[in-house]
Design a protein around this ligand. Structure first.
Ligand SMILES: [Zn+2]
Length: 107
């Protein structure tokens, strides 16, 4: 079971943005019920909407990464590139990179 809010996530412009209120975020990330789960701030001019789109797509991207992580290591049956000794280690294959990313994000 995922440890994050289930998708789909959406994003919208903060209706209070620019108003004389405390919330200075430019966009909101909404969970599946439309309740905001995160605020997005303008880091550099014009990037906040792209950042909001990227974050809102996270559950979909995570599902794709989970499917990739289910595949076997490309270097052999039962192998895991992340477990190879340092002298033998090479760039991890895509399924092993996917498993490492899921571990890293605790997804
Ligand atoms: Zn591998």
């Amino acid at each position: 079971m995922s440890k994050y809010t289930a998708g789909p996530w959406g994003f919208r412009t903060n209706p209070c943005h620019g108003a004389d209120v405390v919330d200075l975020s430019s966009h909101w990330i909404d969970g599946p019920s439309g309740k905001p789960i995160a605020n997005i701030y303008e880091y550099y001019h014009g990037e906040s909407e792209a950042n909001a789109r990227l974050i809102a797509a996270a559950p979909t991207m995570c599902a794709l990464i989970e499917r990739l992580a289910e595949k076997r290591c490309e270097y052999g049956n039962g192998a895991d590139c992340n477990m190879l000794p340092q002298g033998v280690r090479r760039s991890p294959c895509l399924p092993c990179q996917a498993r490492a990313l899921l571990d890293e994000t605790n997804a």
